[in-house]
Ligand binder design. Structure first.
Ligand code: CU
Ligand code: ZN
Length: 226
């Protein structure tokens, strides 16, 4: 694949490079520069998933991350979100293996209407006009909207959360694309909870491939370092 060859060439021009064995569809090159020993991650931007694409787009996006080797850079990252609006809650985000490890999102949201609610990371942390100024779904790769397990999805697409008859939803998701560091970091962006169910791009509505047709925004909060 030419993208991989190009990446290896780039690594070699930076200094002596040693390719480490591929792990889980991800390639890592150790770059031996005395001033800045680094790992070059050559990573399928879709997280190495093998799920079928719902929209027949077979293109691959290769992501390159040059990341320090030192232990501090590899420590577990945490973030928090305080959701406010018609519903309220607090979420904790944890990424154990930055920069390319999955992020776990956990917490509780109260005062929802019972049933499913679209749950996304939106592009902007600007809540100056309420949840509406948080922009659209976080989508750095210009994909269509989808389900978290789809290859064709926004980074921000986290599917639905389920509120019980008391209007309480327990959030417990692990997502391979959401990151707290690097080029697709969600820090400073917003989590938004919607009034309605996200159709995961499959509803056939004019908005299905953009927003999942999930309706208004009932709670939001900015993702901050914790
Ligand atoms: Cu949303
Ligand atoms: Zn989306």
């Amino acid at each position: 694949m030419s993208a991989i060859r190009y990446a290896l060439w780039a690594a070699l021009t930076l200094g002596a490079a040693t390719a480490l064995p591929a792990e889980g569809g991800r390639h890592i090159v150790y770059i031996n520069n005395n001033n800045y020993p680094s790992l070059l991650y050559i990573n399928n931007a879709n997280g190495g998933r093998t799920a079928m694409d719902t929209n027949d787009d077979n293109s691959d996006i290769i992501q390159l991350i040059l990341y320090p080797v030192d232990e501090d850079a590899k420590r577990t990252r945490k973030a928090t979100v305080v959701l406010q609006g018609d519903a309220q809650g607090t979420l904790t985000l944890t990424q154990k293996e930055p920069p390319v490890g999955a992020t776990h999102i956990e917490g509780e949201i109260l005062n929802l209407t019972p049933g499913p609610h679209g749950f996304h990371v939106h592009d902007l942390g600007d809540l100056s006009g309420g949840c509406v100024t948080a922009g659209g779904h976080y989508n750095p790769y210009k994909k269509n909207h989808g389900a978290p397990e789809h290859r064709e999805r926004h980074i921000g697409d986290l599917g639905n959360i389920q509120a019980d008859t008391q209007g309480r939803a327990y959030v417990n998701v692990t997502d391979p694309l959401v990151s707290l560091v690097g080029p697709r970091s969600v820090i400073g962006r917003a989590v938004v909870v919607h009034a309605d169910e996200d159709d995961l791009g499959l509803g056939g509505h004019a908005d299905s491939l953009k927003t999942g047709n999930a309706g208004g925004r009932v709670a939001c909060g900015v993702i901050g370092h914790a």
